[in-house]
Design a protein around this ligand. Structure first.
Ligand code: FRU
Length: 503
């Protein structure tokens, strides 16, 4: 009898080991297949919006909406990572934890250069973070004032944080959606300006010290898209034709041009109190399905550099990654351009000198079908097209089991597209396997289509960033082939593929 029990126990233990090994193998396979090489992902757990991004002393700091204990959304913390080039990231310890006021929702951080907040010590500028605290108990109890704005400060350049004892600094006036403060220094009025998402519009507040805030004005009730809730706004100026123009970003969910979450923007003037725009057009920063809640870094001088959350609330919590969920977009430098007097916002991949390119293929004609040498899709492909040559084309990435991701341009409808309907796993959400379209907003003086492809994402910057699309996809086995079809007989579309050497 004893022997039998021993044998049974032995078999049971063996089974446990076998199950554990199989689970680990599944994770390893999933990591190799899906974890991107040049896009930020959390080491483990859930991520959504990028938060509190600032640049100081050569280091980019990124915080992000993070649920460290699960791969779905939950009690939000601010995760933290640092980078010198915005491509390779170092994971840092969690920066800000939930407390009795609430969990830590989206927000921003500023370098308080002149210590207006008084949080500085020894003459060193403090970093001040401004964020929403979301009270989950209040929400479950059916209250409406469960989102309030709080601040925290850091005296070591963003590595450790203390919450302000006087939190919250802006109390909820009785509005359910009242969140995502983005703060900037407004030089002309010498004040801090906050833009806050308030249900179906944004509100502006001003402050001298980041602790006391005065309501200034509202914007947006009668402008833009209103099919969803406004979230994660950003306000900044950009130079254009020797003039200063003000850009207001506002993410919206749902209501995007290709369904679900997307980011709309407005271009106008801001006088320290009010934002105004002459335009009544709804404009989208990115026409793909997967660039949401993007905001810009503080303290980058004249450059406006944006990172977005590369997912969509429609399916973000169901995508087939195991250890982690969601990546961020590549860094994008924003710029203005106009079409017949109407101003638009463009985004270009923000490359930096320290990132080394390794040319792999050059000037490959459109007849070619090229085997990608890469074991991983870790390269940006650059397609150089002249304006006349931009006839309809379609480029296909495919794998050995017939899955393919197609993207290109259709001259008849004058639209760029990404078709992920046959690009791999999609059963996690009925709305995922779709073809997404983007209008060609403008040609550019030096025409080009740059495409950045990683293991699970494609980012198209057409006409030098005048039309932008970002989509994610999940092949069952890696894509290893690229082929191009062109409807022009001249077939003179030359492109170049470069591999990124991630430092
Ligand atoms: C946007 C958002 C924000 C909020 C955060 C919560 O994706 O809904 O409005 O602060 O996510 O995680």
């Amino acid at each position: 009898m004893r022997t039998l029990i021993k044998i049974a126990a032995g078999i049971f233990l063996l089974l446990i080991v076998v199950v554990k090994v199989a689970a680990q193998q599944k994770i390893n396979k999933n990591e190799t297949l899906y974890r991107p090489d040049m896009h930020f992902t959390p080491a483990k757990g859930w991520m959504n919006d990028p938060n509190g991004m600032f640049f100081k002393d050569g280091v980019y700091h990124l915080y992000f909406q993070h649920n460290p204990d699960s791969n779905v959304w939950g009690p939000m913390h601010w995760g933290h990572a640092t980078s010198k080039d915005l491509i390779s990231w170092k994971h840092e310890p969690i920066a800000i934890y939930p407390d009795y006021i609430g969990t830590i929702f989206s927000g921003s951080a500023v370098v308080d250069r002149y210590n207006s907040s008084g949080f500085g010590v020894d003459g060193k500028a403090p970093i001040v973070a401004i964020f929403t605290q979301h009270n989950m108990d209040g929400e479950s109890a059916g209250k409406i004032d469960f989102q309030n704005q709080s601040i925290a400060y850091s005296n070591d350049n963003g590595y450790t944080w203390k919450k302000y004892a006087g939190n919250p600094v802006i109390k909820n006036p009785g509005i359910k959606d009242f969140r995502d403060p983005k703060v900037m220094w407004h030089e002309a009025s010498k004040k801090w300006i906050m833009v806050l998402a308030v249900k179906n519009k944004v509100s502006f507040y001003s402050s001298m010290n980041l602790k006391e805030w005065k309501f200034e004005s509202d914007f947006g009730i009668d402008k833009g898209n209103h099919e969803g809730v406004w979230e994660c706004p950003d306000l900044f100026s950009l130079q254009y034709n020797n003039e200063t123009a003000w850009v207001l970003l506002s993410s919206i969910n749902p209501g995007g041009p290709n369904k679900g979450s997307a980011t709309q923007y407005f271009i106008g003037q801001f006088d320290g109190h009010q934002f105004t725009t002459p335009s009544n057009k709804t404009k989208w920063m990115d026409y793909g399905a997967d660039n949401y809640a993007g905001v810009t870094f503080s303290n980058t001088g004249d450059k406006r550099i944006l990172l977005g959350w590369m997912s969509n609330w429609m399916y973000a919590q169901q995508v087939p990654t195991i250890q982690w969920r969601s990546a961020l977009t590549t860094p994008r430098e924003l710029f203005l351009f106009d079409v017949d007097g109407e101003k638009y916002l463009g985004s270009q991949f923000f490359t930096q000198p320290q990132i080394k390119n390794l040319a792999v293929f050059n000037n490959i004609g459109s007849e070619n079908v090229v085997d990608m040498q890469s074991y991983v899709l870790n390269f940006p492909c650059k397609f150089s097209l002249s304006q006349e040559e931009l006839k309809s084309f379609s480029i296909s990435l495919s794998n050995t089991i017939g899955e393919h991701l197609d993207f290109g341009y259709d001259s008849l409808s004058n639209q760029f597209f990404i078709d992920r309907s046959a690009a791999g796993v999609h059963d996690f959400n009925a709305g995922f396997a779709q073809k997404h379209m983007a209008p060609r907003i403008a040609t550019s003086p030096t025409t080009g289509v740059s495409v950045i492809i990683d293991k699970t994402s494609i980012e198209i910057f057409a006409d030098n960033g005048r039309t932008v699309m970002t989509d994610i996809f999940f092949p069952t086995v890696p894509f290893t082939k690229i082929s191009m079809q062109s409807r022009t007989d001249k077939a003179k579309i030359n492109y170049r593929i470069t591999n990124y050497l991630t430092p």
